[in-house]
Design a protein around this ligand. Structure first.
Ligand code: ASP
Length: 478
């Protein structure tokens, strides 16, 4: 990494720290309704989420399309494309599985749901349930004579949904919309349906429909490979020029990053503070330790499969780590990921352009790990209560592990998107979805860490697949 790169990262780190610190102070000492706090939140949200993330989101759709077509243009043949694609998918599957297993091991060892704070939550809930039972017996028994008697579970569900709908309206509506979705419906609606859309519609959706763009760009690129040489060259040349121009725009946007990162960190800290983290300390630590251990595993893969030095890799990716951390969106980070991997880690155009859009869309190690830990934690806390059929058994663990791996690929690369997958898995293991709000309070902060891990996983895959492809003929000049 160049001296300029180093000082830039130091500047980003300093802004993140100072912005976060200012936010924490405001959160602790200025009342939520105070006009200063309201004005500050407005300003930092404008600078961070509206301008910076907005500008990055603006270029994602054309960038994905141009990168994939340009990458296909630089591959030798359809066979090379297929081999690189298969290696990537296999690598994603292995690292996502590893991430979930690390999350499971941490949950089994740390047992966050059996710690004192969690046991207190469980006891309080047990007491609430006996009150509800008594109410049901008095009120619900009358219902038993009506044409439509309610079971105790239905009675509690109605009670809890009314409460959640008023306490956490926005998040709750997303949870409710997903609760009856089965795994096949999820695959159909989240993975297959988005691919089969009009490409112009996919490009114009907000956030952009990455799967739709990738699918069409691949079809288009492969079709272009079959055209006569002169026409083929024009198509790929145009894609490469578009790609270069978008990279230029990315570097302009990145010039505003020091201010933007301070604003993003300040906004998160003003709104969420750190008090929620201490209330859910064991759960938070389990996720963070899991993420740390998985990152170590990823670095070993960089060393032994990618044959790169770990310090060099870490220095190379620190800028994208910081952007992913502060935006909590792999999609918004994508333009920077592509630029950094090519410029700092010298990954070839074709592997970077092809693998990184795919990785940002499908490969989510941090998300998969988080899904598993969150669900197992909730089952530890509430499993077996009067309204919770789920219990902490091997069968539950197996379902959670498999579903976390599969559903993470369908999670959108935007903030808070894991919640949809977590709701789906909760419904299928018999964990009532009104228990999910327990983790809302720490979700945004943990999202920053899991998104950084998602993006790190994509970078590792690119470095390893680059190495594998160098050894075969896939990366020789066409
Ligand atoms: N925010 C994550 C990402 O963009 C997705 C999630 O886990 O919510 O990668």
């Amino acid at each position: 990494m160049t001296g300029e790169g180093k000082s830039n990262t130091t500047l980003l780190l300093a802004s993140l720290f100072l912005g976060g610190l200012a936010g924490l102070l405001v959160n602790a000492y200025v009342a939520p309704e105070h006009s200063l706090r309201i004005a500050l939140t407005g300003i930092v949200d404008f600078l961070g989420s509206d301008l910076f993330v907005g500008l990055l989101k603006l270029i994602i759709a054309p960038l994905i399309a141009a990168s994939i077509v340009a990458a296909i243009g630089t591959l030798n043949s359809l066979g090379s494309l297929g081999r690189i694609g298969l290696r990537l998918m296999a690598f994603y599957a292995v690292t996502t599985t590893l991430a979930v297993l690390v999350g499971l091991a941490c949950t089994l060892v740390i047992r966050p749901g059996y710690r004192t704070a969690a046991l207190e939550l469980r006891e309080a809930r047990e007491a609430e349930l006996s009150v509800l039972r008594a109410e049901y017996d008095a009120d619900g028994q009358r219902g038993a004579h009506s044409a439509n008697p309610r079971s105790f579970e239905q009675y509690i569900f109605e009670h809890e949904t009314q409460h959640q709908a008023s306490a956490n309206r926005q998040l709750w509506s997303r949870v409710e919309a997903t609760r009856d979705t089965g795994i096949w419906t999820l695959i159909r609606t989240q993975l297959i349906a988005p691919m089969l859309v009009n490409p112009f519609h996919a490009l114009s959706q907000n956030p952009p429909n990455s799967l739709g763009i990738i699918f069409f760009a691949m079809l288009f690129g492969v079709a272009a490979l079959t055209l006569p040489a002169a026409e083929r060259a024009k198509v790929f040349e145009l894609a490469a020029i578009l790609n270069d121009a978008i990279m230029k725009i990315t570097s302009w946007i990145m010039a505003t990053a020091p201010v933007a990162l301070a604003a993003l960190a300040c906004s998160v800290m003003v709104k969420h503070g750190l008090t929620a983290l201490s209330a859910l300390l064991a759960f938070t630590l389990t996720v963070l330790i899991g993420i740390f251990l998985h990152s170590v595993l990823l670095l070993l893969l960089v060393r032994f499969l990618g044959k790169r030095s770990i310090p060099e890799f870490l220095l190379g990716i620190r800028e994208i780590w910081l952007i992913a951390f502060s935006t909590a969106s792999s999609a918004a980070t994508l333009p920077v990921t592509i630029r950094v991997l090519k410029e700092h880690l010298h990954v070839s155009e074709r592997v970077a352009n092809f693998s990184l859009p795919l990785g940002a869309t499908l490969n989510m190690d941090g998300t998969a790990l988080y899904e598993a830990v969150a669900l197992l934690f909730l089952v530890q806390v509430y499993g077996g209560l009067a309204d919770t059929p789920a219990t902490f058994t091997i069968a539950t663990i197996l379902i959670v592990v498999v579903m976390a791996i599969v559903t993470s690929a369908g999670v959108a690369a935007v903030p808070g998107a894991s919640l949809v997958a977590i709701t789906l898995i909760a419904a299928s293991i018999g964990l009532p979805i009104y228990y999910l709000p327990l983790i809302y309070a720490v979700d945004r902060i943990l999202d920053m860490f899991r998104t950084a891990t998602n993006v790190m996983g994509d970078a590792v895959a690119a470095v390893v697949v680059e190495r594998w492809s160098e050894r075969s003929t896939d990366l020789s000049r066409p």
